[in-house]
Write a protein that binds this ligand. Structure first.
Ligand code: BGC
Length: 248
């Protein structure tokens, strides 16, 4: 079955048609820059443009950077504050004319990695962490997801973790890999102490550069890069139309 997967991010909005049985993209990725201010109307227009680009008429799955319940955005850190409380599933369904499922971006990226990528058949507690504009998290125990965890916002040394350890923070502060690895070590140590996971999977665009920082981390837990790199968000968004639990 083919589903259009769309990943809404702080810097880009990306989509592709996904074969949800194999987890493969059946089209090229189409990316449009996130409009300045990321207001709901403007983001909705971009989503509609992506659906039109693929001449799409069918189910659409969307990964979105906030906790989501019943299609409604509960809280928003890095897009317009007007998203909070908004029924985004209905908004996107209206502008595309297609049935829309929407879920947290890190949850769906984790779902893709657990189904087809680095987390496949991994036992125990697995935490997927996406490092991008923000820090997104997804926690699985034996393949079962607890949705909407927001561990990117735990406080480390009195500060919201994502403002210090996201990839955006690394770029903003022009950190060396060594300095960034120190920040991440402190953050991952906090997660270790709270959750005692068996595995961390690192996702987001930065996972392509994992050799620069994963070996520098001083943590106890096994840590590996995501295998699906930039595609996990799109593939996972498409998978989410079938529910948020790992099926394979
Ligand atoms: C949001 C999360 C999201 C993460 C990654 C955070 O700021 O609160 O919901 O998963 O960014 O986009």
């Amino acid at each position: 079955m083919h589903v259009l997967g769309i990943d809404v991010g702080g810097s880009g909005i990306k989509g592709a048609v996904v074969d949800i049985e194999t987890g493969e993209l059946v089209t090229e990725r189409h990316r449009i820059k996130t409009p300045k201010g990321a207001e709901p109307e403007d983001v909705a227009k971009v989503v509609a443009k992506i659906a039109k680009h693929f001449n799409w008429q069918g189910p659409i799955g969307i990964g979105f950077p906030g906790p989501i319940k019943g299609g409604v955005i509960m809280m928003i850190a890095n897009l317009s504050q007007r998203w909070a409380g908004l029924d985004a599933a209905s908004l996107f369904a209206e502008v595309t004319g297609c049935p829309v499922t929407i879920a947290n971006d890190a949850d769906v990226a984790g779902l893709a990695e657990m189904t087809f990528g680095a987390g496949k058949k991994q036992p125990g507690t697995v935490i997927m962490i996406t490092l991008g504009t923000g820090i997104g998290t997804a926690i699985f125990t034996h393949g079962h997801l607890v949705p909407n965890t927001e561990f990117g916002h735990v406080e480390v040394n009195g500060k919201d973790a994502e403002t210090r350890a996201s990839d955006a923070a690394r770029q903003r502060e022009e950190m060396s890999w060594k300095k960034y690895a120190k920040r991440l070590t402190r953050y991952f140590n906090t997660l270790e102490m709270l959750f005692w996971p068996d595995l961390f999977i690192i996702g987001g665009g930065i996972s392509k550069e994992h050799e620069n920082f994963l070996p520098l981390l001083e943590i106890k837990t096994k840590i590996i890069p995501a295998q699906m790199l930039n595609e996990a968000g799109i593939v996972g968004a498409a998978l989410a139309t079938q529910g948020l639990q790992v099926k394979k």
